[in-house]
Design a protein around this ligand. Sequence first.
Ligand code: ASP
Length: 457
Amino acid sequence: MIVCKFGGTSVQDAEAMERVAAIVKQRIDQRPAVVASAMGKTTNGLLNAASLAADGKRQEALEVLSALKHHHLSEARKLGLAVPGDEVHETVTSHFKEMANIVRGLATLGELTPRSMDAMASYGERLSTLILCHCLTSRGIPAELKDARQFIITDDNFTRAAPLFDLTDSAIREHILPDINAGKVPVIQGFVGSTRKGITSTIGRGGSDYTAAIVGAALEAYDIQIWTDVDGIMTADPRVVPEARRVRVISFDEAAELAYFGARVLHPATILPAVRRKIPVHVLNSFKPDLEGTLITAEALPCANPVKSIACKKGITIVNIASTRMLMAHGFLRVIFEIFDRFRVPVDVVSTSEVSVSLTVDDTSSLWDIVTELKKVGEVSVEGGKAIVCCVGDNLRNTSGVLHLLASAVRDVNVLMISQGASAINVTFVIDEDQLGRCLRYLHDVFFQEVDPSIFD
Ligand code: ASP
């Protein structure tokens, strides 16, 4: 069996859902299970409605919901569904009634908890899969709507809940295998789960890829297909580097590095359940279903180029901490990282000298609290408007002279931090955000002047 996951743009409207039906139909002999995201930007809309309500803007929140309801019903109608009285119409209507009740509750309380955010956000996937399932059925595909909350069992860290694999894996098999064995196509909400007590949770923004990998791993699928709106993993962002090429094959480790550093294609955690079972993951474009996409494999294949892809992340802030007390002392780094840990802020790049530490964060929501704490340890300065550039390639570990190539490529770009060796397959550095475009184009020219045709398109 295979898992086909369709992202937000792949199910954004009636036309997109028709494309999904054609893709699933073509793969029916491979016994697909379908996982879908919410339609288009629905999740953002729902969370926006929730926060407007909690801010006392009840009417505005209800208007956001009403626009979303209109979109869902009108797209469903274009598919020949959602005629008053039919199941799609009734269920969509009742879901929006429930959401309006939540909005009223939030407006009364004036408070938005992670748990209420999850309750609200879950409707996005519940609506999209309802419509998609009926669309598939009406196009002759024996689809069966499943409720992910019955088998994606998570802890209660709402908005970023972690699946409890000992419960989840067996529950997936119990709920999904009978359908697959009966020749049906299960249609499953990505992103959504529930706690052991049955309270709706979500597994983090962009989490539908993760759901696909969890389901694929539990069912021992032989392929996981992530259908998106891009041609696959590219050598660089084609909006910045027009000459960017498609990477045909990439290893899990390389893809994970790229995902951490901003490649928009995959949720990094997607990688883990699939890696454990060595299940290949294909990244494909639902707008161009005949394109080969990118295959992500357990092991890297031999490649003549040292770098496979250059990722980047904007909106980075550097935090510098300097203290003469650090000289010859121990435990200094622990104190610093504990502060970031306390505020649950991830740190990306770190570089240290005898008396100072520089590190980067992209979440600045608690930055001033963090800085207040750090000031008890040393002198602190903060520099915003930075970007991380990350060159990834399995071959980097065997290639000498990479730093020389890199340095020549970024000749007139001011490199503020550099990290090499923490992972053998990436070299990461931090620059001013306004130099990013130029820097990426330079690097691309150097590393992809000639490409290995077995790996690049
Ligand atoms: N709909 C969710 C989000 O927008 C999950 C996903 O699309 O993967 O984050």
